[in-house]
Each structure stands twice: as C-alpha cells, then as structure tokens.
Design a protein around this ligand. Structure first.
Ligand code: NAD
Length: 479
C-alpha cells in the first residue's frame, strides 16, 4: 500500500466512517498496478443514513442565506488551494494522468466552486406583469431538494465538483457516489467542505457496488434529482430507475466529437491543438476529438503536423514531471483500444504511429494515429475513450456535416476554418451540445456544458447548470 495516499472513508452525516458493510475494494495505481488502498463499501443501512442526513441537511442548507452559503464554499475553495499539490498527487496516483494535468484539474475544481458560489447569489426569479393593480405575480427560484450524484473516474475532481458545487450553491444537499476507481480526490475535496464548516448531512460521500448503490438511492423518495456522468447505457438505466419516483435527471453521457479541418484553416495550429486535446488524460475525456475529418487538399500537411506533435509525447508514470501522457485508467480500456485498432486495420485503415501496448507493467498504450479510416470502422461509430486519433478525408461541406452528424451522440464538436461564414454554417448544422470554432475551450465554469440526443441532457456549468438544481414557484400575491 502507498502510505501517502488519502485515508479512504465515506462521509455520512458529517462523520468519516468505514460504514457497516464487510465488503471493500482495492484502489489500483494504473501506472504500477500496485494497490493504493482499500475502499470501504456502504451497507444498505449506511445508504439510508446518508439519505436521512441529506434530508436533514437540506432543511438547514436551503434556509441558509445565499451569502452564507457562498462564504462556506469560498472557504472550501481556499482550503483546496492550500492542499492542491497533495490532492493532485493522489489524483495522479489513482487515475495515472500527468501531475501537471492533475494540478490543472484541481485548479478547475477551485474555479468551479468559486463560480457557483458567486452565482448562487444570483438565483433570480421574475416579477410578471399582472392583470390587476391588486396582484403581484412572482416566479421564485428555490432549491429542488436533496440530490443524488454518480460521477465517473476520468476527472476524479471535476466530475464530482460540477455536481457538488452546483447543488450546494443552489441550496440543495447531496449524496454523491464518486467512482470506486478514483475515490481519493473526491474524499479530499469533501474534507475541504467539512473543514470549511459545511453543516453535517449537506454533503455525503458513499461508495459501493455501483448498480446496488444507485438502485437503492434512486428508489428513495428523499432525493428529488439525480445527476450522472458516464456511459450511455448506464445513463439510460439510471433514468429508468429515477422514473419511479419522478426525479429530475441531468445526464452527461459522453460523445464522439468530430474535429473538422477545412483547407482554409491554420492547419498546423489545428493539428497542434488537436494533438494536445486528443492525448490529454490519455484520450479519456468525453469531449476529446475522436473523429478527425480533414479536407483532402490539406490532409498531408495536417497528418505531418499531427505526427510531429505526437512524436513529442512522453509516455510514463504521471508522477514523473517529464511525462506528458500517463497510462489508461483501467485494464479494460487497454483491451478496448486493442479491439478498435484491430478493427480499423481490418477495415483498411493504416497505423501511422502507435497501435500497441507499451511495457509489461501498468496500463500504457502508445499514442496512436490511424489514417484513412473508413466510416464503417468501429472507431468512427463508437466513442473510443483512449489515445487513438482516427483521420478521414472529406471533400465538401455538405458531405462532412452529414458524416459528422452520422452518430447518435452529440456532445462536443470542433471546426477549423478561416471563413466566418463557413464557421456559422457548420456550427449551426452540427448536431452537438457544444461547438468549438478554431479552438477547444468549451468547458469553463461559466459556460453551459452538456450534450444532445444520446449524449444526455441538462447542463453542468453556467447559469444553466445552476438552474438544473432549482425549481420554480409562482407566488401570486393579492393586497
Ligand atoms: P461505465 O458507464 O460503466 O462507468 C462510468 C461510471 O459510472 C463509473 O464511475 C461507474 O462506477 C458508474 N456506474 C456504472 N454503473 C453504474 C450504475 N448502475 N449506477 C451508478 N453508477 C454506475 O463506463 P466505463 O466502463 O467506466 O467506461 C466505458 C465508457 O463509458 C467509456 O468508453 C465512455 O464512453 C463512457 N464514459 C463517459 C464518461 C463521460 O465523461 N461522459 C466518463 C467515463 C466513461
């Protein structure tokens, strides 16, 4: 066991606990395959305690003035800043990403807390012109109630805080189940909120067998909303569970982002940015560019520039400061990479670089470029969630829009062109929740983040994100 790793525990009703279940799971370092610690699981009774605590916590927190909520959240943000380097180290240990990326993720976590804390003070309603001098119609915003959240492993901090900070800023309490594969970052964040003086029961953190925990929590009438980041099948399953008690859902279910480069773009800049974004977190990012469509006339230039950027990637243990890409988070992701790369080769794609596992210890896969990948290959149809960049050529605008829109997920998309008119036409036509034009900055605390169709619905971030934790009440006042 790694001694400096976070002490793993659950937070229930303000108490750090190992729970009353005899089951637990080891947390594995993907760079070394060593066990970092043993994560306790919640028994049903522990989950019930968390639910009850969230109900009591909600009664307190919803009445706290927004300015008080902001003060506690701001204190938590400051504590997180102080502890940032230690937490980032644990984040790298459990997910494998380079330490620089973990630090940047923690900085984003702080930014999200601060932004939501401020925005909670602006949960404005409306006064609606009435039909009589004696009446005032007011549409008021109030917190929706206790929330249940399930967060995926790929951003152990950001995936959790988008849910926690949004809920807390709105005045909701929350029971969150972070990923069992990456629990330490979430635990450390929760410690900051506890140490900042968050009332007991407002934030609860539980772990367990995901299917069992979600079935139990979602069967309860206490939570009024569920928010989830993860895969499409699990999102659909959770929505079904939520239906029985009519909980509101926010679902962030991944995507298959087209990255379209027209011949009038700054091709080299697009390739550099594409490589930076594609191989961040070893490609395990729901907004990662995952289908590169390059106009035929600039294909060779783009490929050369992309290959150059990829040749500079240093794969290794994320704790080594020289590393720019770490391992995959789990062994199953390696198997998946092998499957999709073999399939693409069978379809006639060429492996320009990479295309294999690296080393015998740790779950490393080489940064990979595939060229001339036919649309029928698996990798062009399904989200890949790994460090593989498939390139395909296109000739004209209508054709590339049709191909970009041919999948049923629609989260992120990117278009690179020197023409404003073309950028408008393409961004209007893309079936996606977010479009980056000549850039990839589509995920900031103040902007709405979310997808369409099978990528789910609802927003995390922006006023839209706060609104997802609020409900509307009309007060019609007669005097
Ligand atoms: P998964 O859907 O099985 O797991 C994703 C997260 O959901 C995990 O943290 C897991 O603990 C949790 N989960 C799984 N079943 C659950 C249940 N019944 N109730 C509550 N939570 C549950 O996906 P995976 O095997 O980890 O990854 C496979 C695919 O999922 C990836 O290829 C990618 O497409 C997608 N994914 C998307 C995101 C995203 O950011 N949207 C994040 C992680 C994974």
């Amino acid at each position: 066991m790694t001694t400096s790793y976070e002490k793993l525990a659950m937070l229930i009703d303000g108490e750090w606990t190992a729970g009353s279940c005899s089951r637990s799971t080891p947390v594995i370092n993907p760079a070394t395959e060593e066990t970092l610690g043993e994560l306790p699981f919640a028994a049903t009774a522990d989950l019930d305690r968390a639910l009850d605590a969230s109900q009591r916590g909600f009664a307190i927190w919803k009445r706290a003035p927004a300015i008080e909520r902001q003060a506690i959240m701001e204190k938590a943000a400051r504590l997180l800043e102080e502890r940032r380097d230690a937490i980032a180290r644990n984040c790298t240990l459990e997910i494998g990403k380079p330490i620089k990326e973990s630090r940047a993720e923690l900085d984003s976590v702080v930014g999200i807390i601060r932004w939501y804390a401020e925005e909670g003070k602006r949960a404005y309603g409306r006064v609606i012109p009435s039909r009589s001098d004696a009446v005032r119609n007011m549409a008021l915003k109030e917190p929706i109630g206790p929330v249940v959240a399930f967060a995926a492993w790929n951003f152990p901090g950001v995936n959790v805080i988008r849910k926690v900070a949004g809920a807390l800023a709105a005045g909701c309490s929350i029971v969150v189940k972070p990923s069992e594969e990456t629990p330490a970052t979430a635990i450390a964040i929760a410690r900051c909120f506890q140490d900042a003086g968050l009332p007991d029961g407002v934030l609860n953190v539980v772990f367990g067998e995901p299917a069992e925990v979600s079935r139990h929590l979602l069967a309860s009438r206490i939570p009024k909303k569920v928010t989830f980041t993860g895969s499409v099948p699990v999102g659909i399953h959770l929505q079904k569970l939520a239906a029985d008690t009519l909980k509101r859902c926010t679902l962030e279910l991944g995507g298959h982002a087209p990255f379209i480069v027209f011949d009038d773009a700054d091709v080299e800049a697009a390739a550099r940015l594409g490589a930076q974004f594609k191989f961040r977190n070893a490609g395990q990012v729901c907004t990662t560019p995952s289908r590169f469509f390059v106009q035929s006339g600039v294909h060779d230039r783009f490929l050369d520039a992309l290959r150059q950027s990829v040749s500079e990637i240093v794969v290794g243990d994320g704790l080594d400061p020289a590393t720019t890409m770490g391992p995959l988070a789990a062994r199953r992701r390696l198997d998946e990479m092998e499957r999709i790369v073999h399939d693409a080769s069978d379809y006639g794609a060429s492996v320009v670089t990479g295309g294999m596992r690296l080393g015998k210890r740790g779950w490393f896969y080489a940064p990979t470029i595939l060229d001339d990948v036919p649309d029928g290959a698996l990798i062009m149809r399904e989200e890949q969630f790994g460090p593989v960049a498939p390139i395909a050529r296109f000739d004209d605008l209508d054709e590339v829009i049709e191909r970009a829109n041919s999948v049923d997920v629609g989260l992120a998309s990117y278009v690179f062109t020197g023409s404003g008119k073309r950028a408008n036409v393409v961004s209007n036509a893309l079936n996606a929740g977010m479009v980056g034009v000549n850039g990839t900055m589509i995920s900031l605390p103040e902007t709405p983040f979310g997808g369409v169709e099978q990528s789910g619905y609802g927003s995390e971030g922006g006023v839209e994100g706060l609104n997802d934790f609020l409900r509307t009440k009309l007060v019609a006042e007669t005097h």
